[in-house]
Design a protein around this ligand. Structure first.
Ligand SMILES: Cc1cc2nc3c(=O)[nH]c(=O)nc-3n(C[C@H](O)[C@H](O)[C@H](O)COP(=O)(O)OP(=O)(O)OC[C@H]3O[C@@H](n4cnc5c(N)ncnc54)[C@H](O)[C@@H]3O)c2cc1C
Length: 388
């Protein structure tokens, strides 16, 4: 009888634990320097947005500024519906929110975590609480931290750590940069905490209009819409002399008619019917029409107000230094086989999750990447055994 494959998983986050759930025909040891699946607890504000209701593989892959083409074959093997089936098999029922984000029915990330850990308890999976700082390959055997030997190793260390393990085995690391992060603007809005729902935003030199929720922060903007911009521009250089030029369209169709109809009304109150009151205050201040009635607004000022309402300017000059949701960059995808997630440089070494140079927008795409690459890596490990 064949001896069971002895596999080490470095990193017990969503990707490493999903791999261990999928690879139960092997003997698995998960090395986790922290609590297993701790990162999952913070996802989706504690609700765990575990997938996105996009069932077409190409449309799903379009949500990954890094990794789109690589993910075609990965998603062909395991995508949204497989994620839902997998969680159903663990006893986790899900629901789809209006914006297509998928959550567990209980809205508790801890339930998803508990269900995965329960599954691992029943399998051939051991956890060792240890930081892996050294990984070598001697002949056909991997040596971890100078003391543990394994047939195969999976690196699932996420977006902040573990790059040196891959680098020391000859892999190229695409420089990590924050993505899905708050943005710093040239404008000092003084609108901290004000949120805009379902807002349309245009980006100079980008053809499509972006839509989503936005929140003003102390230094600029954040929220899903700002995250899309941060993700699209994660590799770009921008600063005060070369900002990312954005405009918000508040959808004001006919300002002239509105001002005429409300002649005696204070212009700020009139504009507050289109935008939140504090934003209206900012606009009338900048258009220098504070305290004026609608009928007092001259033609030139009407033009200025109209521009603010249809092309409210936001110039992005930097991003926040902390608090990014994902990292863009990681192990170069040219060095990973998308059919198996095996390294093209070191036989028997696999990657899954955010450690690879894959990152998606906000909305469940990053966890989908963790589940899908974990599945393909598990299949890759098991098939290497059967010689397929
Ligand atoms: C606040 C927040 C909210 C988020 N919400 C969502 C969401 O709702 N939906 C979504 O799709 N995505 C979300 N994401 C992104 C998502 O959490 C990540 O993409 C996902 O966790 C990546 O999984 P991973 O297993 O690859 O990496 P990680 O989750 O980072 O896990 C890696 C694990 O490896 C361990 N580790 C690292 N190096 C070593 C080492 N050398 N030795 C031992 N252990 C090691 C770490 O301790 C960690 O537990 C969110 C991210 C954040 C920060």
């Amino acid at each position: 009888m064949k001896k069971m494959l002895n596999v080490a998983v470095i990193g017990g986050g969503p990707a490493g634990c999903a791999f261990s759930c999928f690879c139960q025909k092997a003997k698995i040891t998960v090395f986790e320097k922290n609590e297993p699946l701790k990162t999952l607890l913070y996802t989706g504000g504690g609700r765990c947005n575990l997938a996105h209701a996009e069932f077409d593989i190409k449309d799903l892959a379009r949500n990954y500024p890094r990794g789109e083409k690589f993910l075609y074959s990965v998603f062909y093997r395991f995508s949204t519906s497989d994620t839902l089936k997998f969680f159903k098999s663990l006893g986790i029922d899900t629901y789809v929110q209006n914006d297509k984000r998928i959550f567990p029915k209980t809205d508790k990330a801890s339930d998803v975590r508990d269900a995965m850990l329960e599954k691992l308890k029943k399998g051939h999976v051991d956890f060792i609480r240890e930081n892996v700082v050294k990984l070598e390959k001697c002949a056909d055997v991997f040596l971890l931290n100078d003391k543990y030997e394994f047939d195969k190793v999976v690196i699932a260390t996420g977006g902040h750590a573990g790059y040196s393990l891959a680098q020391n085995l000859g892999h190229n690391i695409i420089e990590p940069k924050p993505s899905l992060v708050g943005l710093i603007t040239l404008e000092k809005f003084n609108l901290e905490g004000v949120s805009l729902r379902n807002t349309c935003m245009r980006v100079k030199n980008l053809k499509k209009t972006l839509v989503g929720d936005l929140i003003f922060t102390k230094n600029g903007i954040s929220g899903p819409l700002a995250y899309i911009v941060s993700s699209l521009f994660a590799r770009a250089t921008y600063d005060e002399s070369n900002p990312i030029e954005l405009t918000i369209d508040f959808g004001c169709i006919n300002l002239v008619e509105m001002l005429d109809k409300n002649g005696k009304k204070d212009v700020k109150n009139c504009i507050s019917e289109i935008v939140p009151k504090s934003v209206a205050e900012y606009i009338v201040n900048h258009a220098e029409v504070e305290g004026k009635k609608c009928f007092e607004i001259t033609k030139d000022k009407r033009k200025i107000l109209e521009k603010f309402l249809n092309e409210f300017p936001v110039n992005v000059v930097g991003h926040e230094k902390h608090g990014e949701v994902v990292t863009c960059g990681g192990v170069d995808l040219k060095e990973i086989n998308p059919k198996t997630m095996e390294s093209r440089i070191v036989d028997g070494l696999y990657f899954c999750g955010e450690v690879a140079d894959i990152d998606g927008f906000c909305g469940g795409f990053n966890l989908q990447n963790a589940w899908s690459t974990a599945y393909v890596a598990a299949d890759g490990v098991l098939c290497s055994r059967c010689g397929l």
